[in-house]
Structures are given as structure tokens and as C-alpha cells.
Design a protein around this ligand. Structure first.
Ligand SMILES: *Cc1c(COP(=O)(O)O)cnc(C)c1O
Length: 449
């Protein structure tokens, strides 16, 4: 026992923790450091850059300002910072020693624990900020979409904290398959509707065309925007893709930078999964900024599902963020706004597009993308669960597989590489997927469920 404790105390990197005073005081904006401007959103009617007033029907002024900001840092309001404590910030950076041993690799693998938020994912980092600014700017209700239910849960919690009503359109297939996610949202006071729904014109149209549609994030976004655009007290809130969401998530990467400093480590690789790009951006952008300033040579790897390969197979083009074509056009890697993804378990990765900032960073070669089959990601998630004890979100399994691939390459070349990945969430409400994997019936890219 004593020997164990003594050897543990030598390994200061097993769990690197920060104190409450170390919660970042400002968000970091990569737009200030990228060598090219992020292409602006376009008004679909005129194809001219969207003006702040084009967005005012659905977003509060403070978030529109952040969306267009070129400032390198934006101060985090006190009220948001206080609530970062409630979602377990700052979160630990942990070393996956047992996974390293299992892989028998000379590589060191670290992971950032975004699974410790009460709703189980990184999404609360921006949900709290968005609910706060909407409250501050005088709105009383937020409408939103949710795929797997993580974003709807995060926003329902944030609305409960800042005393707003929350209406959620949940992609039908998840609504049917993940009843406990719905209960989480309802516990926090969210009102949850399956999408497409008969509550909106667009939902009615989709139901008329195909009453059995599994739905998609693009359709659910259209429904939430329709509701928000009609009611002056209701705004729309998006859990990923937009610049202000990337900004809010950078608390993750700024904490990671402090934690890596504490163990004198500059990683060779940083890996994150990408749906709309927000956990990856939040995790990697502060370090990409440092790389642009010549301070590191880290490689940044974005992992996505083969079922929605927007970065590896999509085009880099202006496209709508939703299915109905109500949003401004965004310059992004996209499968096309009417793309209907297979119903894979990683619901948070079933989005047709990629954040404009992540897309540009990839175009400029700061980010490399890889795509994986569903079954191989679950295999990686099982290895992680059995060695490190945490059952990861199906989305996060893509990041874990990315890290394992790199650790196996390091083993082949016998190099002590350092790999850090973002554990974007836990999978305790995604057990149906694990059941399919363990007891049979999982298709590689989720063609049947
Ligand atoms: C939503 C979600 C994702 C994907 O969204 P990003 O904006 O790409 O981060 C990944 N992991 C988890 C756990 C999620 O809930």
C-alpha cells in the first residue's frame, strides 16, 4: 500500500486539478488569431453579409455582438462564472494509465473530463452563457432543438438557473429511444416536443410528406426558429456551430493549457469528436492560437462518424444551418442541408454541417479530420470503460478511438508521444447503444437500430 502511494505521489500527472480561482475569467476568440477572416454569414435573399438586424428576430443583442466579434478575449460575466462552479468547473485533466497499459503503448494518454457536468456533457458551458444573456437582454423564453438530448438537457438546466421558459424540439428518433433524456429535461422544467411536430408549419409539412420520419437536427432547428421568430419574447438558442458557442466552450481548452503547464507538457496530439464542432473548438482553439503564435507544434485531430462525414467528405460551401432554409447561409463543411443521416447512436454527431470556425481552421490545415464506423467507436468506448471506469458518450467514443489509433501508431514507431483527448460526455443515458453493441444488432454505420 505504502509503496503504491509513494509511486503515485511521484506521478503528479495522474489527475491534474485546478482550484476555483483558476476558472478562466474570459473566453478566447480564435477569429482574432486566424490568418484569414472567418467568412461572414450571408443573408439568403441578398447574398450580402448578414447585418446584426438580420439576426435580431431570434438572438439577443449581446450574443449577436459576440457572434461578430474580432476581439481576442471577451470577459465572462460574474453570474456565469459563479454557475460554472455548479457544473463542476474547473474539471480535472486525468491520465489514462490503465488504458495505456492495456494498449501496451509508450504513449501517454490524458483526457479532459467534460463528463462531470450534472447533465453529462460540455454543453452546459455555453447553455449557461446563452441563458444568462437572454435573461439580461429581457427575453423570457428560449426555443431550441436537441438531437440526443444533451443540448436540451443543458439548456433546460440553464433556463431553470436564470428563470426562463425552455421549449425543446427533440429529434423524433431520440424522443422515442431516449425517454430518460426527456425526463432529465422535464425535471429541469423544459417542455419537450418530438420533431417534426404539429406545432409548426414546417413540422406539419414534414409530417405530411413522411409521417414516419425519424426527424433530423436540421428539421428540429427549423421548428425552433419558426417559434422564436413569431414571438417577441422568445429567442432561439443553438448548442453548437455558431461563433459565440465556440467562444463559450473555450473554458475547456484554457483550463487544459493551465493543466498541461502544471505538468510541463506540450502534447503531440489533441483529439476531439465533432458534430457541430463546439467541444472540439473549445478544447483545441486556445492551443491552436498558441500554435499560430509559434508556441507549439501540436497536431489537432477532429474525429467524426462515417454516417455524417461533413469534414472528410462534405464540400466547403455556403449552406443553410437548418433544413427549411430559414437561417443565414454559413460557409462550412457540409453534406447539404437536406441530408438525412443514418440513425447512429451518437445523436450529437448527426448534423449536416460543421462550425464555420472549425471548417476554416481545417481549410488552413490547423486541423486534420478522420472518420470512423459506429461499431469500431463502441469497441474503443468499451476498452475505455473497462480500463478507466467511465462509460463514455457514444459521441466521445469517436475521440477515444482517435486517441487509441495514435497510441497504437506510437507503439509501432516506439515513440513516447503525448496524446490529450476531450471526453465530451458520459454515456449513462445512452445505454441502449451499449446494449446493441454487447448483445448484438449494431450496424457499422447505424443503418438499422
Ligand atoms: C453534442 C455533443 C457532441 C457533439 O457536439 P459538438 O458541438 O461537436 O461538440 C459531442 N459529445 C457530446 C457528449 C455531446 O453531447
Amino acid at each position: 500500500m505504502l509503496t503504491f502511494l509513494r509511486s503515485m505521489s511521484k506521478e503528479k500527472d495522474l489527475r491534474v486539478t485546478l482550484g476555483l480561482d483558476d476558472i478562466p475569467k474570459r473566453w478566447y476568440n480564435l477569429a482574432a488569431d486566424l490568418p484569414e477572416p472567418v467568412p461572414p454569414p450571408l443573408n439568403p435573399a441578398t447574398r450580402e453579409p448578414a447585418k446584426p438586424e438580420d439576426l435580431a428576430a431570434i438572438f439577443p443583442p449581446s450574443l449577436i455582438q459576440q457572434e461578430m466579434s474580432q476581439d481576442r478575449y471577451i470577459d465572462i460575466p460574474e453570474e456565469v462564472m459563479e454557475n460554472y462552479v455548479l457544473i463542476n468547473r474547473p474539471s480535472p485533466l486525468q491520465r489514462a494509465v490503465r488504458l495505456e497499459r492495456l494498449l501496451n503503448t509508450p504513449a501517454k494518454i490524458y483526457f479532459k473530463r467534460e463528463d462531470l457536468s450534472p447533465v453529462g456533457s460540455h454543453k452546459t458551458n455555453t447553455a449557461l452563457a446563452q441563458a444568462y444573456y437572454n435573461m439580461k437582454d429581457g427575453y423570457s423564453n428560449l426555443a431550441t432543438e436537441t438531437g440526443a438530448g444533451q443540448w436540451g438537457s443543458a439548456l433546460s438546466l440553464a433556463c431553470s438557473i436564470f428563470d426562463l421558459d425552455c421549449t425543446v424540439f427533440m429529434v423524433r428518433i431520440s424522443f422515442d429511444q431516449k425517454p430518460y433524456r426527456r425526463t432529465v429535461m422535464e425535471t429541469y422544467g423544459g417542455k419537450v416536443n418530438p420533431s417534426p411536430s404539429p406545432l409548426t408549419e414546417y413540422g406539419k409539412k414534414m409530417l405530411a410528406e413522411n409521417p414516419d420520419t425519424p426527424g433530423s437536427l436540421g428539421i428540429a432547428i427549423s421548428e425552433a426558429i419558426e417559434i422564436a421568430a413569431q414571438d417577441p419574447n422568445t429567442n432561439y438558442s443553438l448548442g453548437s456551430v455558431l461563433n459565440h458557442v465556440m467562444l463559450h466552450q473555450t473554458v475547456i481548452g484554457q483550463e487544459v493549457m493551465q493543466q498541461l503547464d502544471m505538468i510541463d507538457t506540450v502534447p503531440d496530439y489533441m483529439v476531439g469528436c465533432v458534430g457541430g464542432g463546439s467541444n472540439f473548438a473549445g478544447f483545441a482553439f486556445p492551443m491552436i492560437g498558441e500554435r499560430i503564435r509559434g508556441k507549439n507544434e501540436t497536431k489537432f485531430i477532429a474525429t467524426e462518424p462515417k454516417a455524417t462525414p461533413s469534414m472528410t467528405k462534405g464540400s466547403y460551401d455556403y449552406d443553410f444551418g437548418d433544413s427549411a432554409g430559414m437561417t443565414p447561409l454559413l460557409k462550412m463543411h457540409t453534406m447539404g442541408h437536406n441530408f438525412m443521416p443514418s440513425p447512429i447512436h451518437a445523436g450529437g454527431l448527426r448534423y449536416h454541417g460543421m462550425a464555420p470556425m472549425v471548417s476554416l481552421a481545417a481549410e488552413l490545415d490547423f486541423v486534420q479530420a478522420v472518420s470512423y464506423d459506429q461499431t469500431e467507436t463502441f469497441k474503443a468506448g468499451m476498452m475505455f470503460a473497462r480500463s478507466e471506469g467511465i462509460i463514455p458518450a457514444p459521441e466521445s467514443n469517436h475521440a477515444i478511438l482517435g486517441a487509441i489509433d495514435l497510441a497504437m501508431q506510437a507503439k509501432e514507431s516506439n515513440e513516447e508521444k503525448t496524446i490529450v483527448f476531450n471526453l465530451s460526455g458520459h454515456g449513462l443515458l445512452d445505454l441502449a447503444g451499449y446494449d446493441r453493441y454487447i448483445n448484438g444488432g449494431m450496424e457499422p454505420s447505424g443503418k438499422t437500430l
